[in-house]
Design a protein around this ligand. Structure first.
Ligand SMILES: [Zn+2]
Length: 346
């Protein structure tokens, strides 16, 4: 059922939509003539919820153009419930990003699957979950990336749409800050974390989001936590599924996982992964720069909410008329997954 808030949001999107070509203040920006994409088929992953510790299946499947990402909660006595992955659907950001509707939370820990879809340039997907949480798997996006590779990415007829940042939006929460800025070259993120811990300290990561880099530099970074915090969460009934199988765990001086780290700076890379997932709740790929210092789910959500609340800070732009596909073989091989952002080669 459509809520009034949905109607208001859709109206805002309509009002903000303009057609390319446009000229920005940085000169003419020509978007990649990209088509929207979806998955080539269905694929299922099974695991446990990091908070519930209970088994859950995650099924990713194709969706029509302009669907975006829609979560479907199954296993409720035949009464499937749907929630669109968008900023207004967030019901909590305490330990993970939780989506729901007026009737309450529907699915927790949405961020890694959303990051995987966005990171690999999948614009539309149905995300079926038969439990309260997306399975944590190995704590990173790598298994989901592998599943998406298995399903394949295919182009749809509709042109791709983006949210272009038109002016800076900034949010400060305590000693953390997050901001979105106009940026001519697609989506760029600059993430900084500062932990008073000898293994972490200050870590910074800057990247331009595109599938190969996401896969190589970000997807494999795992969730992490301090053993003391994990023990505290356990006693509060959270993180019941957390283990060395799905989290980097450290004490005051060392990493407790025997296999060590996947990247020397795995911590900031995981924060980057979370940010890509949380910002996927914009509903469309963002053309802009996201900068966060000491951020997390709450900050990411606050910045996106602040952006959406200011209709003069963004607009929806459409890619120019799509180029003809090179050939059917390209589709089968997933080679048509288009470049993520504007085409700067022209
Ligand atoms: Zn995470």
């Amino acid at each position: 059922m459509k809520t009034r808030r949905d109607a208001v949001k859709r109206e805002a999107v309509k009002r903000n939509t303009v057609k390319r070509p446009l000229s920005s203040r940085n000169g003419p920006v020509r978007l990649n003539p990209g088509r929207q994409t979806t998955l080539g088929g269905q694929v299922t992953l099974s695991g446990i919820g990091v908070h519930s510790g209970k088994p859950v299946n995650l099924t990713l499947g194709p969706a029509d153009a302009d669907t975006g990402y829609v979560f479907i909660r199954t296993g409720l006595d035949g009464r499937d419930r749907e929630v669109r992955a968008e900023v207004n659907s967030v019901t909590a950001t305490d330990f993970a990003t939780v989506l729901g509707d007026r009737d309450g939370p529907l699915v927790s820990t949405a961020e890694h699957v959303l990051a995987s879809l966005r990171g690999l340039g999948v614009d539309n997907a149905l995300i079926e979950v038969d439990g309260t949480e997306v399975p944590i798997l190995d704590g990173s996006a790598a298994p989901i990336v592998a599943a998406i590779d298995q399903a394949g990415v295919v182009a749809l007829a509709a042109p791709r749409r983006f949210i272009e940042i038109l002016k800076p939006v900034r949010v400060v929460i305590g000693d953390s800050s997050g901001e979105l800025h106009p940026h001519a070259g697609g989506f760029r993120a600059e993430i900084e974390i500062v932990f008073d811990h000898p293994l972490i300290g200050r870590q910074q990561l800057a990247f331009d989001l595109e599938p190969a880099g996401f896969r190589r530099d970000i997807a494999r970074a795992r969730t992490f936590g301090n053993m003391n915090d994990v023990a505290r969460l356990w006693s509060a009934g959270y993180a019941l599924g957390a283990s060395f199988e799905n989290s980097v765990v450290f004490d005051d001086t060392r990493i407790l996982n025997t296999e060590g780290l996947r990247y020397a700076d795995e911590f900031v890379r995981h924060k980057a992964l979370d940010a890509v997932g949380d910002l996927a709740l914009a509903g469309l790929p963002i053309l802009g720069l996201y900068r966060s210092v000491r951020g997390g789910h709450r900050l990411n959500h606050a910045v996106l909410s602040a952006l959406m609340a200011d209709a003069s800070a963004w607009r929806v732009v459409e890619a120019e008329a799509p180029r003809r596909l090179r050939g059917h073989a390209d589709v089968a091989a997933g080679q048509v997954a288009p470049a993520y952002g504007p085409d700067r080669s022209a």
